[in-house]
Design a protein around this ligand. Sequence first.
Ligand code: NAD
Ligand code: MLT
Length: 534
Amino acid sequence: MTEKKTAKMKILISDPLAKQGVDFIKQQGEFDVEVNAKLSPQELLKVIPDYDALIVRSETKVTAEVIEAAMKLKVVGRAGVGLDNIDVGAATKRGVVVLNAPGGNTISTAEHTVSMMLALARNIPQACASMRSRKWERKQFTGAEVYGKTLGIVGLGRIGSEVARRAHALGMKLLGYDPILSPDRARSLNVEPVDVETLIRNSDFITFHVPLNEHTRNLISHQQFAMMKPDVRLINCARGGVINEEALYQALKERKVAGAALDVFEKEPPIDSPLLELDSVIATPHLGASTEEAQVNVACEVADQVVRALRGEPVAYAVNVPPIDPKVYMELKPYLELAEKLGRFQAQYPQGSVREVVVEVFGDIEQLDVRPIRTAVIKGFLESFLHQNVNYVNASLLMAERKIAVTERKGQMLRDYANLITVRALTDKEECSVAGTLFSRTTPRIVRLNEFYLDACPEGVVLICLNEDKPGIIGNLGTLMAQNGINIGAMTLGRTRRGGEAATILNLDSQLTTGIMDDIKQINYINDARVVKL
Ligand code: NAD
Ligand code: MLT
């Protein structure tokens, strides 16, 4: 007998990635890996529908169009920090995980920044070029010391902080601006925290370490150049666009600025940029992260995370999924499965259109981060309605788009259960509450449906009848199922009191037709019958 082989998931690496990262993925044996760093945007659009994951650096532009075309895409991995070449919004909407490798190139980029600052202060590239043309021009390349000068650092995240440490060691005075810089952190970095205008007005050197976004684009333009000290020098190893290039050109031409060291440009490569014609500009072709060490670090970091994401495991640097500690995830996993089932139940059981969902978590799971449980409920709920991929990335967004409110709360310890997840759905017709628990932290059970206490298995086709507590119901239901060739896998009963209202729940091995459902509703003392698939 030949074993049926499942197709391997496919990963496309569309920018140069260190061999160690590629080898890591290959060694897993579960994926087909294609490295092709020469694809044009049109070629990428053509091939992307085949791939489950895409790994890029900064060259590949992962546009909304690419994401739209990528029918199977589950994850985009960025070997590096900046995400400005990826349309994260479009990816989130489609449920595609976007992750990056933020730590691996911090030191290299900080070192590059300091190198650029010193090279700029001492005219090293210009002097080197002059030497190459066999000149000996000592006077022309007189530079400036950095010792005792003021360095303004805009953005004190990973790279900005490492630059601060190195600049402090060079004897520079440090001013820093970052909206989330705490006084303690500033003190520990020997940085004086100031507002951006004070920094601009008082620095001899200014370096930028911010992401490019709507707040930081053109952060430095004509108005800011007008405030700067004469002979100020600028270093940008963050992103082109943070300094307006046209304004920079003018400031350099008018000698309001003594020099600029640029590793990044508004358009890369900046072939037509007039900045490159100026002697006061030194430039490198986006080399901040281009060291052996950084490239191996980011390649291994992104490869490891993409593999984890494709396996459905949590990843540390996903930018559009809440981060979750892998240990917490292992503890939460069975609860997430239960929560999805409860969400799926509420999508099918109540009548009317759902206006609000309330998720309540009780017992020992309260100690964990319960936000993923809320997402799991939403995922289960929406999957029943939508014909699109609903996952932990896009579930909350899709629910918000549908204007269905979801609230979550933690409760007090219940005497009867070590853990309990209750999901209440409020529709325009009724309110329905279903609760589930994990026995021995592994086995899911539905233990409450509205006023009934139960012990039902949330699996497969589940028939839920509400009936009067009278003899004969089970017999009649059994006969009807037998007549229709439907096997009953399990049965649970619950009642409010002897002879009162009761719930009869059957796990069935096959789906029920509308005709059979009509027959069930005809059985004496059955007041309501509904079916859900879990
Ligand atoms: P990070 O997220 O650790 O730090 C960014 C910091 O900028 C944060 O502390 C944030 O609060 C701050 N910030 C955001 N908006 C700000 C604003 N308007 N004003 C002041 N501060 C602001 O990022 P990082 O790893 O330090 O990277 C910094 C930049 O360097 C990014 O743009 C990244 O893409 C770029 N980068 C470039 C290279 C290269 O090769 N040249 C390599 C790595 C990173
Ligand atoms: C980054 O954002 O990590 C850098 O720009 C380096 C790179 O693009 O590889």
